[in-house]
Design a protein around this ligand. Structure first.
Ligand code: FES
Length: 661
């Protein structure tokens, strides 16, 4: 007998008695789903029941709470140890559990109540700026689909191939998040589990098929004949049923990473009219630098520029490109999902109920905030978190290490009860009182969250700085900085610079391109020149492997401060700080900095820069000089010193591309 789950989704109250009216949804679960240990959260998502999931199903945020009668709970495999760490004892006694850590057993019929605070608002597709979505239009013949396969989220467009118009869009979490938050943990899952690669492939295909099903329900088309997919190398390999351990085990410039893959929809189990589709996976640029940044580069067109440009794709897998029409250097850095709703207790995606703007007044006593969709607040999205940290810095509520100022007499700063119960002293700041939130619980930011956010911003900044060091380019030589990624459109630049995420250079150099991976894939769907350009780029960029860069660890450690241990790199914060008395903790920290040898690290870094600027050996110099026939003096100098590949013999078709931003 198949197993069955009845989801009772909290609806409106009705009648004088204010009885709850539930929306009922019954689903059947296959033996395969049970043996694959699919959680209530995943099973619900597959059936269009969207339960909140702010930590990507890692059992950390407590947002996926559902209620199952205590007697019925024996029909589920539960992780009781984690439950008691995340939920309150009185909630557990009422039957609350975490949907992400509840796995139905064989032959079970279970009733699950989804309370209103656990119902997810619709996910917003974070599209790019180069494409207009014309939802009112119909499709006249065959459809095309473009997909950005992100580590945390997946976004797609439906395209009318006749008119080339984008007529619909979809977005959701990547079904793989239950196997790990980032590419490294997912690779480990494959390494440790025999069927790991298959499980991850099934998860991403299931996510994409859900998008295709929704498109087929909303729009009529004959079939989907073309698909372009753009994602980091690990995501692309998993989508194609290729074992990603090759990425870990082979040289970073293995040609397999740099070619576009072409397969049929049925080869990867796509459905809903896409079985015969030609799928084109955008060429990557090196082992961990995938087709997503290739697509960002197509949109930014930095390969047409005389001056040096920087592209930063802020995602769970942060990817960075630096260069111009003469040369391009790229690197990847594992940033983690903190800006995408993961690993931060109050974090969530930018969707209805997310706080995206914050202002702190009265020395921390008053918080003014804005909520997407004007709903009651549920959490804080990535752009909101960055503004919040900047506000905490401006108001001297945290020091440069991300610790709260214990001496301030503010009711909003207190010890976290949650961590206190676990024997840890962690302070938190109350952003919104429980009286104003949907869950009736305070929305807070604690020191552990700040630590995770610091790791993420440090990974991105130090990745960019390492590219600068490797090429000998000074930050004031960069003419434009393109920011891509999920929150690219909504980011407050001033705050992002203040916290140390992006370089402190002239603001007018920054340009936000939103989801460049998705828009770049669209360009490659409708324009063969864009494909040729992407393939040419893949063969001509220089990959900088951060794991082999002797100074990256120092670079990263120096960035583990708000904004950075080297204040000369962040004049805006330095100037702000000069006007305000330093907190005691900060003074102490600065004293400790000497002791810890951070000053030494700075000197070491200066030496490394000086070394990188030393003249190359004579024979290398001669070789490079004869090779270089174009480019201004400075580009020739960079090419000589950094040993970048020159974009040579590669006729860029980009001037023919119609990229509007
Ligand atoms: S605890 Fe289940 S999704 Fe976060």
């Amino acid at each position: 007998m198949p197993s069955k789950i009845l989801f009772k989704i909290d609806g409106k109250e009705k009648g004088k008695e204010k009885e709850k009216e539930y929306i009922l949804k019954e689903i059947y679960i296959s033996d395969e789903e049970i043996s694959a240990k699919e959680s209530l959260l995943t099973l619900a998502a597959k059936n269009d029941i969207t339960i909140s999931n702010f930590c990507n199903g890692m059992g950390k945020c407590g947002r996926c709470k559902v209620i199952v009668d205590l007697k019925e709970q024996e029909k589920l495999d539960l992780n009781k140890e984690v439950l008691s760490k995340v939920l309150k004892q009185e909630q557990i006694l009422k039957g609350y559990l975490l949907a992400c850590l509840a796995f139905p057993k064989n032959n079970s019929n279970i009733e699950v109540i989804v309370p209103s605070e656990s119902i997810e608002s619709k996910y917003e597709v974070l599209s790019g700026k180069a494409v207009e979505i014309k939802r009112y239009k119909e499709i006249s013949g065959d459809a095309g689909v473009v997909i950005d396969i992100g580590t945390t989220t997946v976004a797609s467009y439906l395209v009318d191939l006749a008119s080339k118009d984008v007529v619909d869009s979809e977005g959701s979490y990547n079904g793989q998040v239950r196997f790990g938050a980032d590419v490294m943990t997912r690779m480990n899952y494959i390494f440790e589990n025999n069927n790991g690669a298959q499980a991850l492939q099934d998860a991403i295909v299931s996510t994409i098929n859900t998008h295709l099903r929704k498109f087929s329900e909303r729009k009529k088309f004959q079939k989907i004949s073309k698909i372009v997919a753009s994602g980091n190398t690990v995501m692309t390999y998993l989508f194609l049923k290729k074992n990603p351990l090759e990425i870990r085990d082979s040289a970073c410039d293995n040609p397999n990473f740099k070619k576009p893959y072409i397969v049929k929809g049925r080869d990867v189990n796509l459905k809903y009219g896409a079985e015969d589709a030609d799928i084109y996976c955008v060429a990557g640029l090196g082992s961990y630098v995938g087709g997503d940044i290739t697509s960002d580069i197509i949109i930014s067109k930095i390969f047409n520029e005389d001056k040096i440009c920087l592209v930063i794709d802020v995602g769970t897998n942060g990817e960075i490109a630096l260069g111009n029409k003469e040369w391009l250097a790229v690197c990847a850095t594992s940033a983690g999902p903190a800006f995408e709703g993961g690993e931060v207790r109050c974090g969530m995606r930018a969707m209805n109920g997310a706080i995206d703007r914050i202002k702190i007044n009265n020395n921390g006593g008053e918080v003014i905030y804005r909520v997407i969709g004007n709903d009651l607040p549920k959490g804080i999205c990535g752009s909101g978190l960055i503004i919040l940290i900047a506000e905490l810095m401006r108001n001297k509520l945290i020091d440069t290490t991300g610790k709260f100022n214990r001496k301030l007499n503010s009711e909003r700063i207190r010890k976290s009860k949650f961590y206190e119960e676990q024997g840890q002293e962690v302070y938190e700041y109350v952003v919104v009182s429980h009286l104003e939130t949907e869950s009736k619980e305070d929305i807070t930011l604690n020191e552990k969250d700040l630590e995770n956010l610091k790791y993420t911003k440090a990974a991105i900044f130090s990745g960019a700085n390492t590219l600068l060091r490797n090429t000998g380019v000074k930050s004031d030589e960069i003419s434009q900085i393109f920011i891509a990624g999920g929150f690219g459109n909504f980011l407050d630049l001033e705050s992002a610079i203040l916290v140390g995420l992006f370089p402190d250079v002239e603001r007018e150099k920054y340009k936000f391109i939103g989801n460049g991976s998705l828009d770049g894939a669209y360009k490659q769907l409708i324009d063969d020149n864009a494909k040729k350009t992407a393939e040419g780029l893949a063969l001509n960029v220089t990959y900088v492997d951060l794991s082999k860069d002797g100074n990256f660890v120092d670079e990263y450690s120096n960035a583990l401060y708000f904004p950075h241990s080297r204040l000369d790199l962040f004049p805006t914060w330095k100037n702000f700080e000069l006007g305000i008395e330093k907190t005691e903790t900060e003074v102490k920290k600065e004293d400790k900095k000497e002791e810890k040898g951070l000053v030494k690290a700075e000197k070491k870094e200066e030496k490394a820069i000086a070394k990188a600027e030393e003249k190359p050996k004579q024979e290398e110099l001669e070789k490079t000089e004869t090779d270089i026939v174009v480019g201004d003096k400075r580009q020739v100098e960079i090419l000589k010193k950094s040993k970048m590949y020159r974009i040579d013999g590669f006729k860029i078709e980009a001037d023919k591309l119609e990229v509007e931003m």
